[in-house]
Design a protein around this ligand. Sequence first.
Ligand SMILES: [Zn+2]
Length: 249
Amino acid sequence: MLLENLTFEEVENYLKEKDIILIPIGSTEQHSSYGLIGTDFITAQEITKEVGKRLNILVAPTLPYGMSQHHMAFAGTITVSPLVYTQLIRDIILSLLSHGFKKIIFINGHGGNINSVRTAFEQVKYEGKNGFLEIISWFLLPEVQDLERELFKDENGYHATPSEVSLTQYLRSKVFSDKKKEKDRDNINVNMDGEYFPLTKEEFRAFYPDGRIHSSPWLARVEFGRKIFEKAVESIIKRIQAYEKIEIK
Ligand SMILES: [Zn+2]
């Protein structure tokens, strides 16, 4: 059930039955020479749509831009500043709360968004608004991480991961026909001594010149993407079902 396809009366009727809504959020940023610029919002969007469909829960339009300033030394990246992103998330929450939604769940595809989203939650509470606010980052779910270890051993890494590249290969197989797939360098270096975060775009490019962070995206396969998609959807469904039982004071 997509919010964008309803009328206001249909939303009012939904609110008589349910008070929960899901919002996919991601980023528009480089994912090395193996992954799509849209990776983080495409994965979050398709996982969220599937969860919404299976649970009959409303899904708000995807927020495709996120906090990606550290990727700005790579062409195609579009970022929102951390303060603006926090405000934007706050405004989205306040809009939904004002209509009567009481449980607002962000399904996230990008690690760089998490601090700003949590700060927005704190701000909304500071402004005295009741309601349940949560962010679920699919790539941080323990069930998904177990599967990633099974599929990629210690080569999943932290950015442009074979996991997210597999997912997008599964979700958008056609656009991968002209993308690089073969391994072009030595295995990842998992020694993170001397690395630090956050980074400016110059620092990022100096640390990670080809845009990966300790990942082996050449291990990505459509079939792995199907498995990861199913695992992420199942794991999120379990959590949403628990959240549906929470009573808002
Ligand atoms: Zn990503």
